[in-house]
Design a protein around this ligand. Structure first.
Ligand code: NAD
Length: 278
C-alpha cells in the first residue's frame, strides 16, 4: 500500500488526509474498532465529546504501542458547552478522557446560529486560548457556512485551520469548498460515503468494476483526489481495511467529474443554518 498523503494546514501542522471516524460507534465497541484501524495503518482518528467515546479512543491509542505523536487526534466541542466557562471545562474533559496532554485538532462542532445569542465568536476565543497554550495544536470549526466563516474572519485572531462539513457525491458543497480554499481553510468531508447511500449509484459501480475496486473505495478516492480530508466510519474489520486500501489506484479526471455530477445538494444530516444542536 502506498503511503497516506499529508495535508499542511494554514499554521504549518501536517494532518494525514485519510483517517477513521467514530461517530455512532458504541463506547463498548470503540477501542476494538480503533485498534483494528491503527493496525491497518490509520494514523488519524476523528471523535467528539458528543460521541461519548473519547476515553475508548484514548485507550486504543495508549495500548497500540504507537507514540502519541504518531497519531493525529481530533475532537469537537459539545453543543451544550458553548458558554466560555463551559467550553473551558469541556475542553479539559476531552484531554482527560483521551488521557493526553494535547489534542491535535479541536473543533466547534456546530455554529448554532439560533442559540447562545448566535455568539460563536466568544466560544472560538476559548479555542484560541487552548491553541495558545499548546493544548490544541490546531483549532477549527465544523458545519460552518461561508457567512459564519466571514464573521470569524472579521472578529477572530486565529483563522480556523479546518472546516469539517458534510460532503459526498450527493452533496458536493462547491460554495463552501471554494470559500475555504480562498481563505486557506482545509476542508474535511464528513459522512464521505453518504452513510452508504451513494454506493449503489450505477456510475460509481461501473467505475469500481473497471478499476477492480469497490464502490466505497472509489468514493473515498474521489474525495482524496478533490483534496479533502476524509475519515470513513465502520466497525467491520474487513471494511476498515478495505477503506484504507485506496492509495494504489487513480481515478481519471472524467471519472472524478462523473461522480461530481451526481450532486443533488442532498444532506443526510441537519442544516447548519437552522440546527440548534438539540
Ligand atoms: P460514512 O459516510 O463514513 O458512512 C459510514 C457507514 O457507511 C457505515 O456505518 C457503514 O454502514 C457504511 N460503510 C462504511 N464502509 C463501508 C464499505 N467499505 N462498504 C460498504 N459500506 C460501508 O458516515 P459517518 O460515520 O456519518 O461519517 C464519518 C465520520 O465523519 C464520523 O464517524 C465522524 O467522525 C464524522 N462526522 C462528523 C459530523 C460533524 O457534524 N462534524 C457528523 C457526522 C459524522
Amino acid at each position: 500500500m502506498s503511503s497516506i498523503p499529508d495535508i499542511t494546514l494554514n499554521n504549518g501542522q501536517a494532518v494525514p488526509q485519510f483517517g477513521f471516524g467514530v461517530f455512532l460507534i458504541e463506547p463498548k465497541d470503540t477501542a476494538a474498532a480503533v485498534s483494528t484501524a491503527l493496525e491497518a495503518g490509520y494514523r488519524h482518528i476523528d471523535t467528539a465529546q458528543m460521541y461519548g467515546n473519547e476515553a475508548e479512543v484514548g485507550q486504543a491509542i495508549a495500548s497500540s504501542g504507537l507514540d502519541r505523536g504518531e497519531v493525529f487526534v481530533t475532537s469537537k466541542l459539545s453543543n451544550d458547552a458553548h458558554e466560555p466557562g463551559d467550553a473551558r471545562q469541556a475542553f479539559d474533559g476531552t484531554l482527560k478522557a483521551l488521557g493526553t496532554g494535547y489534542v491535535d485538532l479541536f473543533l466547534i462542532h456546530w455554529p448554532l446560529p439560533a442559540r447562545y445569542g448566535g455568539d460563536f465568536v466568544q466560544t472560538w476565543q476559548v479555542l484560541e486560548e487552548a491553541y495558545r497554550q499548546g493544548r490544541a495544536r490546531s483549532i477549527g470549526v465544523s458545519n460552518f457556512q461561508p457567512r459564519h466563516l466571514r464573521r470569524l474572519h472579521g472578529e477572530a485572531e486565529v483563522i480556523p485551520a479546518v472546516n469539517q462539513i458534510e460532503a459526498h457525491p450527493y452533496l458536493t458543497q462547491d460554495d463552501v469548498r471554494a470559500f475555504c480554499s480562498e481563505h486557506q481553510i482545509a476542508v474535511e468531508a464528513w459522512s464521505p460515503l453518504g452513510r452508504g447511500a451513494v454506493l449503489g449509484e450505477p456510475v460509481i459501480q461501473s467505475i469500481a468494476a473497471r478499476a477492480g475496486k469497490t464502490p466505497a473505495q472509489v468514493v473515498l478516492r474521489w474525495h482524496i483526489q478533490r483534496g479533502d480530508i476524509v475519515f470513513p466510519k465502520s466497525v467491520t474489520p474487513d471494511r476498515i481495511r478495505e477503506n484504507i486500501d485506496i492509495f494504489d489506484f487513480e481515478l481519471s479526471a472524467a471519472d472524478v467529474e462523473d461522480i461530481t455530477l451526481l450532486n443533488k445538494n442532498e444532506r443526510t444530516g441537519p442544516d447548519p443554518d437552522t440546527f440548534n444542536g438539540r
